[in-house]
Design a protein around this ligand. Structure first.
Ligand code: HSE
Length: 440
C-alpha cells in the first residue's frame, strides 16, 4: 500500500494523562499530518482513562472522551491500540493482560511492569499473537530498544554501560557542578518533572535497574530475575566523595552495567560508580541519558539524548504507535520480545568483580591503616592506591582515608565492609562505590 494514498485510521486508547500521557496527546496532535504522510496511518486518541477527573491537566481533552474506568478502553471495539502510562505493577498488569486478550496492541512506558512481570506478559502476548511495544520504558527519548532489536540484531552484545535515570543524573550533576545538597538537587529534579511520582524508585536506583533488566533481557534472550541484580541508589552519596573522585581523575555517575562473561553468565548492576573524567560518559550531564553498547561486530556505539521529561518520552511512545500502525496496516511482526538461548544464566551479584573506591572516616592515630588493610587482605582484597588528604582533616581527631581497591568480588567487599564497620577506629558509615575504567 502506498503510504500517501490510503490513510487508515488507528484508534488509540490512552490510559494515564500525567506528564508523559499529556505529551503523547499533545505531540500526536501537533504532528498528525507528518505522521500520516510517513506511515499512511491517521493515529487518533479515541478515549482517555485517568484516575482522578478533577486533577488539572496539561492538555484540554473533550469531556466525553475521558472516564475513570480502564475497562472502557477494552470494551471499545474500535480501539486497536492501548497505551499504558499509569505506572505501577498491579492495575497496569491487569490492563495489559486484558488488552492482549482483547487482541489490542499494547504500548507501554512501564519499566517496573516489564522488569518484574515481562516474562509472563510476553508469554501472553505470544499466546494472543499481539505485540507489546515499550520504547518509552528505557532512556526516555533515545530509541535504544529499536537499536537492540533491529540496528544491532546481528551482534552478540558484549557489554552495555548506561546512564539511564535522568533524575539521578540531574541530581549528581547539580551536586558535582553547583555543590548543591542532595535534597536541593532532588527538589529541582522533581520541579522539572523528571522524577517518578514516587521519587524513591529513582533515587534508590531501581528505576535504572528496571531499565537495565529490560536491556539485558533483550540482549541475552531471557528475563533476568530481579534477585540477581545488584542495585544501590544515589541517596547516600556525600559531597566529599565528589571532591575525592575529582582528585583521583573521576566523577560519580549512577551507572548500569550489563555484560556477559566468557562462560555466558550475565551480570546486571546499577550503582553509583566512579567514571574517568576523560571518558565521554563523564560528560553526560543533567537529565541526559547515554547508553554505550559494545557489539562483537559493530564495536562501541553510543546513544545519547534526553532520558526523561514529557516531550522526549512521548517521542518514544509515538514511535511505538507508528510501529503498531504498521502492524495493523501491513501485517504482524514479532511480539516485542524474542527469547533466544545463547546465554541463559544470570551471574550471582556477589560473584561480580570490579575495582572499588572506599572512603573511611577513621581515628587519626598510628596503626589504623594496618588494621584496615588487614581486614581487606584477609578477604584477598588488594589496595592499589591510597590518599589521606591533609588539607581536609578536621579537628575532631578523625581523618578521611580514601582507598582504591583492585579487582574484588562484591561478596568479599560486602564482608570486608562489615568487618571494617566493626573496627573501633572506623567512625560512621564507610562510603564505597564501584570504579569503571571503561577501557575496552
Ligand atoms: N524518572 C525517570 C528518570 C523517567 O528520571 O529517568 C524516565 O524513566
Amino acid at each position: 500500500m502506498s503510504a500517501s494514498n490510503s490513510p487508515c485510521t488507528i484508534h488509540v486508547g490512552l490510559a494515564g494523562l500525567g506528564n508523559v500521557g499529556a505529551g503523547v496527546y499533545k505531540n500526536l496532535d501537533a504532528n498528525r499530518d507528518l505522521i500520516l504522510q510517513r506511515t499512511g496511518a491517521d493515529i487518533r486518541v479515541k478515549r482517555v482513562v485517568v484516575r482522578d477527573l478533577s486533577r488539572p491537566r496539561d492538555v484540554a481533552v473533550p469531556a466525553e472522551m475521558i472516564s475513570t474506568d480502564w475497562q472502557d478502553l477494552i470494551s471499545d471495539t474500535e480501539i486497536q491500540v492501548i497505551v499504558e502510562l499509569i505506572g505501577g505493577t498491579t492495575t497496569a498488569y491487569d490492563l495489559v493482560c486484558a488488552a492482549l486478550r482483547a487482541k489490542k496492541i499494547v504500548v507501554t512506558g512501564n519499566k517496573a511492569l516489564l522488569a518484574e512481570r515481562g516474562q509472563e506478559l510476553f508469554a501472553l502476548a505470544e499466546e494472543c499473537g499481539v505485540p507489546i511495544y515499550f520504547e518509552a520504558a528505557v532512556a526516555g527519548g533515545i530509541p535504544i530498544i529499536q537499536v537492540l532489536q533491529e540496528g544491532l540484531v546481528g551482534n552478540r552484545i558484549l557489554s552495555i554501560h548506561g546512564i539511564i535515570n535522568g533524575t539521578c543524573n540531574y541530581i549528581l550533576t547539580r551536586m558535582s557542578q553547583a555543590g548543591l545538597s542532595y535534597a536541593d538537587a532532588l527538589g529541582e529534579a522533581q520541579e522539572k518533572g523528571y522524577a517518578e511520582a514516587d521519587p524513591t524508585l529513582d533515587v534508590s536506583g531501581w528505576d535504572a535497574a528496571h531499565k537495565a533488566i529490560i536491556l539485558a533481557s533483550l540482549s541475552y534472550g531471557f528475563w533476568i530475575p530481579t534477585s540477581c541484580v545488584h542495585v544501590e541508589g544515589v541517596d547516600k552519596i556525600d559531597i566529599a566523595d565528589f571532591k575525592f573522585a575529582k582528585r583521583l581523575g573521576y566523577t560519580i555517575k549512577l551507572l548500569s552495567v550489563i555484560r556477559a562473561d566468557e562462560q555466558g553468565l550475565v551480570e546486571v548492576r546499577t550503582q553509583p560508580t566512579l567514571v574517568p573524567l576523560s571518558h565521554v560518559l563523564a560528560n553526560v550531564s543533567g537529565s541526559f541519558n547515554a547508553v554505550l553498547v559494545n557489539g562483537d561486530i559493530v564495536g562501541e556505539t553510543l546513544f545519547y539524548g534526553r532520558g526523561a521529561g514529557q516531550d522526549p518520552t512521548s517521542s518514544s511512545v509515538i514511535s511505538d504507535l507508528c510501529e503498531a500502525a504498521a502492524v495493523i496496516v501491513y501485517g504482524a511482526r514479532h511480539t516485542g520480545f524474542v527469547p533466544h538461548g545463547l546465554y541463559g544464566k544470570s551471574k550471582p551479584a556477589e560473584e561480580t568483580i570490579s575495582h572499588y573506591y572506599l572512603r573511611l572516616t577513621v581515628d587519626d592515630v598510628p596503626g589504623v591503616l594496618a588494621q584496615v588493610s588487614a581486614e581487606l587482605g584477609r578477604r584477598n582484597i588488594g589496595i592499589s592506591s591510597m590518599i589521606q588528604p591533609e588539607d581536609l582533616e578536621d579537628t575532631s581527631g578523625s581523618t578521611s582515608l580514601v582507598l582504591m581497591i583492585h579487582d574484588a568480588k562484591l561478596g568479599d567487599m560486602t564482608q570486608a565492609l562489615e568487618a571494617l564497620r566493626a573496627l573501633k577506629c572506623v567512625r560512621g558509615e564507610p562510603s564505597w562505590m564501584r570504579v569503571e575504567t571503561l577501557q575496552s
